[in-house]
Design a protein around this ligand. Structure first.
Ligand SMILES: Nc1nc2c(ncn2[C@@H]2O[C@H](COP(=O)(O)OP(=O)(O)OP(=O)(O)O)[C@@H](O)[C@H]2O)c(=O)[nH]1
Length: 740
């Protein structure tokens, strides 16, 4: 395990007391979804393998607890388990309970108060409302289920306690109260408004949200990966002395988050109050009947429906062709610590996408930790603290431009532990950038260099640039022989994997020193690079990027797999991102989501973080949606044209290349960001390279064979012919191919 992984160990946000205080908690019954179970099945062996590497053992239950609590984050789960399994030092064992600060005590008290809100009889929700609400309406105004927040995030023991503590702290921080009830109602409302303005309200941790995480949009300039400074109270910062919102105010503020529940806006309430009361003996009761209890969603309350401008997108796209730069998205792959992040940080710095002052800042922070060499890598790290709910497993996107091309870097920070995410990232790319440490060829060949090459091919990437990196630190710096040795070995592997000679480019470079990255190298020991006509990395990327701009298919029906789902802002409560694989869309379009079978309106479009009127096939974009609930979308779903939607199916006929022996057996089916459990029901036939039958109904498929198989998915998915799929079993890639 490399230095970078050790950093992740340190990044985990807990203190030692969390490991040793173990109060009794009642364990709630967990009801896992199929997706949860699938995640457990896929990730538990990965975590176990990591632990075994460190000679540690953990039970399935412990691993599952960790995965559940760390939200499927393998690195964090491993870190937690490693720390909890490590023998305790004497010092740790005798450590007394920390003296609680006044703020901690206040936070605890407020958390208890907030817990006491968990069970609220519906009749008392509106006890401080100056008018009376009819009994039958009260049922519709409060949640259908008893309003009870989950007591634990799941699991048991220390993790459960850790999760509970965190939840309490988060609640306490958001609604800090000291019991001062003398503040005006206006102040209380201001408090609830503050949630929405900061766009970080206290969100219920419902099972629904666990299943379909909605994250805040990533900050464009990421924070450093290391260190995570301990949270310190800022000097001079005054505690928030405002009172808790009333039950009614709380209802209003939280209901804004639940878009499926009938929601009352403030204006609805005021209108109702002003409405003439019907004299029925019940006085004001009848006023409340003018409240529109069907007012369904935030969209309709706050957002005007966006109309389409009716643009002729294919014509506009063609007209703009001359003005447009070439573009390409590339996924950065390679074995751990071979220098991917450093090389990308260098590229972003030397192309001006990142300012030197940011690097200087990271340099200073890194050198304080004795890790100066990581300053460039920190540019790429999106930082766990920035992510809502500590989710760290998603790949990051970064953009940079040259005079001729626009690039998107797809970097999956956790992909070495989390191959499914590497598949998700690679399936959005036009090409791959494989980084190989010239000093560590053999370990890479046994490890992820080999696996990532296979997966790049499996998701359909044709072009690959191989950066032979760290040539500044070969036994003799910039040794041409070392470069040639790596080039020969990697070329062999790429050819075996099916990459054509013309689609492979080699670049000798050093991300750390910047030699041959954005500029040609200087110095006597690098003269051979110019003589061999080996371009700098940036030039190689530009040479491969020109094709992708022409490789768009606007005229086919719209298809875009949802890769990410997040909350953009209060005005854009639901946004999705992904790559349009075919067709086009524009602001105001109504799109169809499968497998939910729901429609949504495209309120706004962003491409490379710039607002656009339309987006076309080949572009990675963010769509802000309206008139759809988050419950109907999850990553892996397909956004398609209403007129020609993808059909939902459970049964797949696949033409596959076999990596590991296969029988009729359970498998995990991966298609881009979609991961579903399924079963190989039938081995139909083995075929030759032209797809012609070799043998009918084989009993087993061996590595290296091509075959037709029938796979049944556990649940229906939006998959159509021609899609690339990867079959995995026991945490390893077993086969890849296409849907027929
Ligand atoms: N000498 C030398 N060291 C380098 C070079 N590039 C990266 N390194 C060092 O290699 C180590 C790992 O670099 P990273 O950029 O974090 O590697 P990575 O492949 O992104 O690692 P993971 O994301 O953890 O897989 C760091 O200490 C870097 O400073 C290089 O060109 N030359």
């Amino acid at each position: 395990m490399g230095v970078a992984s050790m950093q992740r160990v340190k990044n985990v946000d807990y203190d030692e007391n969390d490991l040793y205080d173990e109060p009794d908690y009642d364990e709630p019954e967990e009801t896992y979804t199929d997706e949860d179970r699938n995640n457990f099945a896929t990730l538990t062996p990965v975590v176990r393998a990591e632990l075994e590497e460190a000679s540690l053992q953990a039970s399935d239950r412990e691993i599952e607890d960790a995965l559940w609590n760390y939200y499927w984050d393998v690195a964090k789960s491993v870190t937690y388990l490693k720390n909890s399994k490590k023998p305790k030092t004497q010092e740790q064992l005798v450590k007394k309970e920390k003296v609680k600060s006044k703020f901690d005590q206040a936070a605890e008290k407020s958390a208890q108060e907030s817990d006491s809100r968990n069970m609220i009889p519906y009749a008392s929700w509106f006890r401080d409302v100056p008018w009376i609400l009819p009994e039958d309406k009260l049922h519709s105004l409060v949640p259908a289920m008893p309003f009870q927040r989950p007591v634990l995030l799941g699991g048991s023991s220390k993790l459960a306690k850790l999760a509970e503590e965190r939840r309490k702290k988060a609640t306490a921080t958001s609604i800090r109260a000291n019991g001062n009830t003398s503040l005006s109602a206006l102040d209380r409302l201001t408090k609830t408004k503050a949630f929405t303005e900061n766009e970080k309200p206290v969100v219920e941790d419902t099972p629904e949200r666990r299943k379909y995480p909605i994250r805040s949009k990533r900050e464009p300039t990421p924070p450093p990966r290391e260190p995570t400074p301990p949270s310190v109270e800022r000097e001079g910062e005054k505690p928030d002395l405002r009172a808790l919102p009333t039950e009614f105010g709380y209802t209003l503020s939280t209901s804004l988050l639940d878009r499926d529940r009938p929601t009352l806006s403030t204006s609805d309430v005021l209108a109702a109050a002003k409405a003439p009361a019907k004299q029925t003996g019940n006085g004001l009761i009848k006023r409340t009947e003018s409240l529109s209890l069907d007012t369904p969603s935030l969209d309709r309350v706050q957002q005007a429906k966006v109309k389409s401008k009716g643009l002729d997108v294919p014509r506009l796209w063609e007209e703009e062709k001359a003005k447009r730069k070439a573009s390409a998205a590339f996924v950065v792959i390679g074995h751990v610590d071979h220098g991917k992040s450093t090389l990308m940080g260098r590229l972003l710095l030397d192309t001006g996408a990142v300012a030197q002052r940011d690097i200087d800042k990271y340099q200073k922070q890194a050198s304080e930790l004795g890790k100066t060499s990581f300053a460039l890598a920190w540019v790429m790290d999106t930082g766990t603290e920035e992510r809502e709910r500590g989710v760290t497993f998603d790949f990051a996107q970064h953009h940079f431009s040259t005079t001729s091309s626009d690039f998107t870097i797809l970097d999956a920070p956790g992909h070495r532990d989390f191959v499914p995410n590497m598949i998700g990232g690679a399936s959005m790319a036009d090409m791959a950038l494989l980084v190989v440490d010239a000093n560590q060829l053999d370990s890479g060949m046994k490890g992820q260099t080999k696996e990532h090459i296979m997966l790049a091919k499996a998701v359909g990437l044709k072009r690959i640039i191989v950066a032979v990196n760290k040539l500044d630190s070969t036994s003799q710096a910039w040794d041409q022989k070392e470069f040639t040795r790596v080039q020969a070995a990697v070329t062999k592997l790429l050819r075996e994997s099916g990459f054509a000679e013309d689609d492979i480019a080699f670049v000798p470079c050093s991300g750390l020193s910047g030699q041959n990255v954005a500029k040609k190298p200087s110095g006597e020991d690098t003269t051979w690079i110019g003589k061999a006509h080996l371009p700098p990395l940036l030039q190689a990327l530009e040479a491969f990027s020109t094709e992708s701009a022409q490789n768009v298919d606007l005229l086919r029906p719209l298809r875009m797999q949802v890769v990410d789902l997040f909350r953009g802002s209060i005005t854009n409560p639901l946004s999705v991102s992904g790559r349009i694989s075919s067709g086009h869309l524009q602001v105001g379009d109504v799109v169809y989501l499968q497998p939910a079978g729901e429609t949504a309106t495209v309120k706004a479009i962003e491409v490379s973080e710039e607002p656009k009127d339309f987006a076309v096939a080949g572009q990675i974009c963010t769509l802000h949606l309206q008139e759809i609930s988050s419950q109907h979308i999850k990553s892996g779903d397909m956004l398609c044209s209403q007129a020609d939607p993808v059909t939902v199916t459970k049964d797949l006929s696949l033409l596959i290349s076999v990596v590991d022996p296969l029988l009729p057996q359970p498998v995990d089916v991966h298609m881009g960001r979609l991961h579903l459990p399924g079963t190989i029901k039938q081995l139909v036939e083995t075929v030759d390279s032209n797809g012609e039958q070799l043998k009918r109904k084989p009993r087993v498929l061996k590595g290296g064979q091509r075959a037709r198989v029938k796979v049944s998915l556990d649940e229906g998915a939006a998959i159509e012919a021609g899609e690339r799929i990867v079959l995995r079993s026991g945490g390893a890639t077993a086969a890849y191919g296409t849907v027929e």
